[in-house]
Design a binder for this molecule. Structure first.
Ligand code: CTP
Ligand code: CA
Length: 231
């Protein structure tokens, strides 16, 4: 209700959520991408608004679902475009939720002409590494900001959790949402199952169920970060 929203630790906070998956152009009609639909990110943006955030910016990275009402949209497609958008948003944001699936590599050369089929039976595409956006932001001074990463791992159980612990350290994020993905699990209109860990590797909470439910739990855990409460 209105009283609770006025008391929300997010009432004067700008929350930025990246959602969807990057597309790395190959030529004018082709790209490399991934299966992230943007549903979890859309649910997170909506949950942040419901929790009383002053402003929610949704960085729409080729999302396949509609954006929730009330968010500000910034539209990008490739990793390098996302890098620029985040660079522009960084100073003003208080919470960054890096839910978008960012391509680790992009084609070394983007052809200006549509590539033609050749006589060869094989074709190789040279890729170069993309910048790690979360790690770059994690390395910046960021007093009062909370950075939240996601880790989709196909490894389950302890192995998956160990990857997640290494990731949060490497990227210097404050929280990491660990999400086991499979052929179907975790993608599209399917329930999600996550654990949220902190830099120490402690599990702060877990949630299983709809992307809405998971989003609400993640926002609740973010709100409980002392850095937001004490401000
Ligand atoms: N991420 C990013 N920039 C990249 C790659 C990933 O900002 N170039 C972010 C993602 O948005 C996510 C987090 O880093 O919040 C973890 O992404 P993930 O792909 O799980 O981790 P990687 O470090 O890329 O490791 P790997 O793919 O080898 O598991
Ligand atoms: Ca990756």
């Amino acid at each position: 209700n209105a009283d609770q929203l006025a008391d929300s630790p997010l009432r004067d906070k700008h929350v930025v959520v990246t959602a969807g998956g990057t597309r790395e152009p190959i030529d004018p009609v082709r790209f490399l991408s991934n299966r992230s639909s943007g549903r979890q990110g859309a649910a997170l943006a909506e949950a942040a608004l419901k929790a009383g955030a002053q402003k929610v910016t949704l960085v729409n990275v080729n999302m396949e679902v509609p954006l929730p009402e009330g968010v500000e949209e910034v539209k990008v497609s490739s990793t390098l475009e996302l890098e620029k958008a985040l660079d522009e948003l960084f100073d003003s944001l208080d919470v960054l939720i890096m839910c978008a699936a960012v391509s680790d590599y992009r084609p070394a050369v983007v052809s200006e002409e549509k590539l033609k089929k050749t006589a060869s039976d094989t074709f190789s595409l040279e890729l170069v590494k993309n910048p790690d956006l979360l790690a770059q932001l994690g390395a910046r001074p960021r007093e009062g900001k909370v950075l939240v990463g996601f880790a989709a791992e196909t490894a389950g159980g302890q192995a998956g959790l160990d990857f997640a612990k290494r990731k949060i350290q490497a990227k210097q994020a404050d929280l990491l949402v660990y999400n086991q993905v499979g052929n179907e699990q975790g993608f599209g209109d399917r329930p999600n199952q996550v654990q949220v860990i902190n830099r120490q590797g402690e599990i702060l909470g877990q949630a299983a169920g709809s992307k809405q439910l998971v989003a609400e739990k993640i926002i609740e855990i973010i709100i409980n970060q002392s850095i937001l409460k004490d401000a």
